[in-house]
Structure formats: C-alpha cells, structure tokens
Design a protein around this ligand. Structure first.
Ligand code: IFM
Length: 465
C-alpha cells in the first residue's frame, strides 16, 4: 500500500495541474423528481421503489430534490461555489418515453434549458447518458442481459447527442456499469432487483457493447471535437497476505471489478484469467464477432468514481479455501480504517494506488475523477448549516491522494465531488447524505455545508496560484 505524501492544502493545490477541472456531479433519478411530468414514463427505479422492503423507509424518487422545477436556482448554487464543471445525467424515459421512438420534445427541453443555464453562468456541462434509469419497457423485454438493449441505448444516445452536442463538449456513456450489472442483476440490491448471476455477466457485456455502439455513432455524428468516455467505479483490491489463496482472491476481485471493464475498453479483449474464472463457474460472456472492436473504440477520457478500497482473503472463516460448490473463496475482511455512514472504510491511499495502477496498465488514457465523496451523519444548526468536518477531511485526504497519483505520473485532469446536494441514495433512500449542500426535504431549502465552502476555497486558490 502506498502512503500519501501530499499534506496540507497549499501543497495539495500545488500538486494539481493548471486547467484542472473543479466540479460537482448528480444523476437524474436522484435529484429531479417530476417522474410523471412532460411525458416521462417509468424507469426500472420507479418500479423497484414500489417493491415492499426494497428501499429504506419506503422512499422513492418521486419528488427527490425537485430539481426539475428548481433547476435555475440549483445552477446558481454551483455558480456561487465557483465550480467550473457540472456533471449531470439525462433520464432516458424522459427523453425517449418507453425506450423507443422519437425524442420527446418536452423531455429534451429540460436538458436544453439546463445546458443553456450552465453556459450562461460559465459552467461546463458534462452529460452522462445512462445513470441507471432504464425505461421499464426495456426491462420487460429482458433488460441489459438482452443484446437488443445495447442497440436501444445507442439509438437513445443519438437523440440526446443530436439535441445537445452543439453545446456540450464532454459525454459519458455509462455511469458505473458494475452497479447496473451486478447490483441490478446478480445481487438484487438495485433495480431491477434480479438475482441471476449469468444474466448479470451478459449485462456486463451488453452494457459495454451499448457504450461502444453509442461511442462510434456519436463520434461519426459529432459536429465538432467532443470528448467521449465512460465512468467506472473502481477500487484497489489488496490481498490480506502474500499467501497464494489471498493473492488469488485479490486477483479475482480486481478482475471482476476493474479489469473486466478496462481491458475490453482499452485493450480490446476480456482478461484471460477472468474468462477462465467465469468458465469455471459455467458462465460465458455472450461476445459476438465485431463486439470487441466496438467496445474498444477510442475514448478521450476515463471517468473514475472512487469511494473506498477493500482487502481480500482466499480463506473462509473456517480456513477452507473453496466453497461448497468447489469455487475458490474470495471475501473481504476489514482494513481496520474509520468508516463513513455507508459503512465504507476510508482508504485514500487506495485511491492513489488505483490511479497509478490505471495509468500503468492503460497508458495514454486521461482520467477525470467523476465522483468522490462521502456520507456522514449530518447535524444541521437552526439555519440549516452543517459543519461537516468529517466530509471535509474526506475531501482533503482524497484530493491529496489524487495529487500524489499525479506526482507519480497519472494523467488526471479534474475532480468532480459527489454530490452537489443531498439526494436519493438508491436502496438507502434519503437516509444517507452525500451532498456538499444540505437539502431540507420538508421545505426543499438548500444550504451549502462547510465542505462546499472548503471546495470553493480550494478551487479559487488553485485557479489563482
Ligand atoms: O449515489 C451514488 C451514485 O449514484 C453513483 N456512485 C456512487 C454514489 C454513492 O453511492
């Protein structure tokens, strides 16, 4: 494990290159609300939120932060924080209801206004095309485990690209395909709540195929130079010891979490060890001729979302190294670090190690941190202000980790904090708060937290240096 040598804000700022982006990120279902407005149809998340027990407290995204109706004021908040980039996602069922047919004029008009509002304030819009809100009708015909969904995604992407690419410079196809595939189809923890391991692996491939199809079509249609990429949630998998089972367990975790995405995207093939692991489980990726050429179409930027890293062991608690099915054990054990309210360990050195390893294994690929942040138990004072020293410290240590990775040679061009404001944290509902701006869900009042003022100050000082 590397140690982070950048300490102190001045040193941290000095370690970030000129032109480094400072921004914030959100996603459509987590903030917009207005789920039945202007022709939007249900997504898999609208459906999943109705499953009893699926979401803490029975919460839904029906209203969320009501951003759909408060968008200009929210953009003004970003402007007040002096941030230069806003990464948001487009709701597929808003723009293309039921996942087929022509663009919905009222739906795309919202994003059209949002882009204009951002540009008026000098903020760069960064569009994510898919942040998990698959139109329900496409799940009804099989969802991501079905190949056709990749083609539907490319068609939808072009509707958005045609409408906004005259003004939007940076495009992310998918946010965190691991979550869509594994949480959605293997573990049943996210919409659509399925627990079908082979289907989840088919989803991995079709998500990547959708990315490739959309990337190629957008590139061909681009009216000018635009940056196109994908965002992955990735982490460092540390072996618990140098014993063979522990090293194997970490290799397996790294393969399933990181290399199964990055190798086809950058090198044009799935990792041989991962393919062998899957074969041992009786699973084959549904690759057809030409798929890997599409998936490895060149990208301009890799979005990295980082929250925590983990340690892996190849031993079960009783010391066995295989499970009842004869498969090798790979399970996490604590690193013994402090934790956030998500119960995620705080491992900034894992961030440095991750970024340096990506730079080493996939050279020539510029990176932007498209999400990084933390949930803590916030306590607001009477005015709504939260003195979130814990979240602020998380930002300091993780920005220092980024600066350290840059010092070690990684090409990292920006940092977008997750998230602009408290929002719907998927299966946790509104119980977990990641925002740098507090949202009072009773009144929808927004109040910048201490961490927001901290990031504002850092960005300002970095620009002024
Ligand atoms: O809220 C999510 C986001 O939608 C995707 N990345 C991780 C965040 C925190 O869990």
């Amino acid at each position: 494990m590397s140690t982070t040598s950048v300490s102190g804000d001045a040193e941290l700022i000095a370690g970030l290159p000129a032109g480094f982006r400072w921004g914030v990120a959100t996603s459509a279902y987590q903030i917009e609300g207005a789920v039945a407005v202007d022709g939007r149809t249900p997504s898999i998340w609208d459906t999943y939120c109705r499953v009893p027990g699926a979401i803490d407290n029975g919460d839904t995204g029906d209203i969320a932060c009501d951003h759909y109706h408060r968008m200009p004021a929210d953009v003004a908040l970003i402007k007040d924080l002096g941030l230069d980039t806003y990464r948001f996602s487009v709701a597929w069922p808003r723009v293309q209801p039921r996942g087929k047919g022509p663009v919905n004029p009222a739906g795309i008009a919202f994003y059209d206004r949002l882009v204009d509002e951002l540009l008026v304030h000098g903020i760069d819009p960064w569009v994510t095309l898919y942040h998990w809100d698959l139109p329900q009708e496409l799940e009804d015909t099989g969802g991501w485990p079905v190949r056709d969904t990749a083609y539907r995604f490319a068609d939808y992407s072009m509707l958005v690209f045609d409408a906004l690419s005259d003004r939007v410079d940076t495009w992310t196809t998918l946010n965190e395909p691991w979550c869509s595939a594994m949480l959605g189809y293997a573990y049943g923890a996210h919409a659509p709540g399925r627990r079908e391991y082979p289907a989840a692996l088919a989803a991995v491939h079709h998500l990547l195929l959708g990315h490739g199809l959309a990337t190629v079509r957008m590139r061909e249609a681009a009216p000018r130079k635009v940056d196109i990429g994908i965002t992955l949630n990735v982490a460092t998998a540390y072996p618990a010891s140098s014993s063979e089972p522990d090293v194997e367990a970490a290799r397996h975790a790294d393969g399933m979490g990181r290399r199964i995405y990055l190798d086809p995207l950058v090198h044009g093939h799935y990792p041989a060890d991962v393919v062998a692991d899957l074969a041992a489980e009786g699973v084959e990726l549904p690759v057809e001729d030409g798929d890997l050429e599409l998936i490895s179409a060149p990208i301009d930027v890799l979005g990295v979302n980082y929250y925590f890293s983990q340690k892996f062991t190849g031993y079960a608690e009783d010391g066995r190294t295989v499970d009842d099915a004869g498969q090798p054990i790979s399970r996490t054990i604590p690193l013994d670090k402090p934790r956030t309210a998500m119960d995620w360990e705080i491992v900034p050195e894992g961030f440095t190690d991750l970024l340096v390893s990506i730079a080493r294994d996939y050279p020539g690929l510029p990176m932007v941190i498209t999400e990084n942040g933390s949930a803590f138990e916030d306590h607001a004072d009477a005015s709504g202000f939260v003195a979130d020293t814990d979240r602020t410290a998380y930002f300091t240590s993780h920005l220092a980790a980024v600066a350290e990775a840059i010092r070690q040679g990684a090409d990292i061009r920006g940092y977008l904090a997750w998230s602009l404001m408290d929002n719907f944290e998927w299966a946790y509902g509104y119980a977990k708060r990641f925002g740098i701006i507090r949202v009072d869900y009773e009144t929808q009042a927004r109040t910048p937290k201490q961490s927001a003022l901290y990031l504002k100050d850092l960005a300002q000082r970095h620009r002024g240096q």
